[in-house]
Design a protein around this ligand. Structure first.
Ligand SMILES: Cc1ncc(COP(=O)(O)O)c(C=O)c1O
Length: 416
């Protein structure tokens, strides 16, 4: 989308109405209106989510699935309602396939330990990409150490696109699982996940997709994608921290042993033999983040209440405008120019450390992230140690982009 199209889209999406739902955005930071461009790190929460959390504690707080009293029934109903909302949000066929987790990291570790650890043998391979978040690297390194399997990595090209020729070469009959990022948090690349799933299945491998950066930005349909596992975090899609989802196909989840032992995940316990609860509870040991899950349900309700296609077009327009304008700041080099991108603009500035860019921007009220973004191999790939990263949500505006560019010019004047 070019800037003219972007401007037209921005006129059809009522961003000011949406912004009014996010109270945190109304504040001043260092004497400037807050410009929040750190959404890939975590998103802000609409009033509806904040209200759901406080309403839960004001009127329904109790433990779930256990007691017979009214509050426990209310809490259980609210918790399970969120599961169904999340099931519909990703178009899973069955709510038993929606495991409520602490976040994306938790979901990936669950698959690594509960599916991969009992499955992998020496000689088997796990295939990931060069643009994974550490959360989709380290769990596989751990399980490779535990099982003797080998980790293989698909490179990316200079633009930040996955090298599909290398994917085709590295995907063999030894590949047991392909674990791929859906949207890169460091580069914004949207990976060709439909193609990846199709090819992996043809090679006999199962597929896990890391949807941490996708859920808030692109429509996710796990049945259409045919993903075997899909993990994401609540806090990156306007919900509370400490919540997330692992989707898994029931046929796979049913055969997997529990991840953790404890309350709620059992059918019966004796010292001689314990039997496990049915899906999804088999994978939800202990008291979960009940309030958080209720809040995540409110976040899904909120997302359902906005026109997500227009929101996406609005974000795409802002990304196009930001990319064009940031590139004109002297000394800027954009990191990540993939053909399909969403919401993330990473860059470096000649002679200025990204942390210093971050500090100057913060003084101007502009919040971005600087560092390696938990994606050190991506930094190594580009021969840099870190980037500055502006990341968008649909509540950002054209004037946020202008403030970013103004502040970058200031950083250039002060430090360049
Ligand atoms: C692509 C990607 N995967 C995984 C994660 C981990 O998410 P969480 O820390 O919420 O578990 C992140 C967080 O930034 C991410 O961007």
């Amino acid at each position: 989308m070019d800037v003219a199209e972007a401007t037209a889209t921005q006129q059809t999406f009522d961003v000011e109405r949406v912004r009014a739902d996010f109270p945190i955005l109304r504040q001043q930071v260092h004497g400037h209106p807050l410009v929040y461009l750190d959404n890939a790190n975590t998103t802000q929460k609409p009033q509806a989510v904040i209200d759901a959390l406080s309403d839960y504690y004001l009127s329904s707080n109790a433990n779930i699935h256990r007691a017979t009293h009214l509050l426990s029934e209310r809490a259980t109903r609210a918790y399970e309602r969120s599961r169904v909302l999340l099931q519909r949000f990703i178009n899973a066929g069955d709510s038993r396939e929606v495991i409520l987790t602490r976040g994306c990291t938790d979901g990936i570790n669950l698959v690594a330990q509960s599916w991969a650890r009992p499955t992998l043998k020496p000689g088997d391979e796990v295939l990931i990409s060069w643009m994974e978040h550490h959360s989709n690297i380290v769990p596989w390194q751990l399980v490779c150490e535990q099982t003797g399997a080998t980790l293989r990595v698909v490179p990316i090209d200079d633009r930040g696109d996955l090298r599909m020729d290398e994917f085709d070469r590295l995907l063999t009959e030894r590949t047991r699982i392909v674990a791929m990022i859906h949207v890169s948090n460091a580069l914004g690349t949207i990976a060709p996940v439909a193609d990846i799933v199709r090819k992996a299945h043809a090679a006999g491998a199962v597929v896990l997709l890391d949807g941490a950066q996708a859920a808030a930005h692109v429509a996710v349909d796990v049945q259409a994608l045919d993903a075997d596992f899909y993990a994401f975090s609540g806090h990156k899609m306007f919900g509370p921290t400490g919540t997330g989802v692992l989707y898994g196909k029931a046929a796979l989840l049913d055969r997997m042993p529990p991840y953790q032992g404890g309350g709620d995940m059992i059918a019966s316990v004796t010292f001689e033999k314990t039997t496990y609860n049915s899906l999804p509870y088999k994978f939800e040991a202990g008291t979960p983040n009940i309030a958080g899950v209720v809040g995540l349900g409110a976040a899904v309700d909120y997302l359902n209440s906005i026109d997500r296609d227009s929101a996406r077009a609005h974000e795409d327009g802002l990304l196009a405008a930001a990319t064009e304008q940031v590139a004109t700041v002297p000394g800027v080099r954009i990191i990540g120019e993939a053909r399909a991108k969403t919401s993330v603009l990473s860059f470096v500035m000649k002679g200025i450390h990204p942390h210093d860019i971050g500090t100057v921007l913060d003084n101007e009220g502009v919040a971005i992230r600087t560092g390696q973004h938990c994606a050190q191999p991506v930094m190594d790939r580009y021969g840099i140690t870190s980037t500055a990263r502006a990341s968008l949500a649909y509540y950002n505006t054209a004037s946020d982009v202008e403030a970013l560019v103004r502040a970058l010019h200031k950083a250039q004047e002060l430090l360049g």
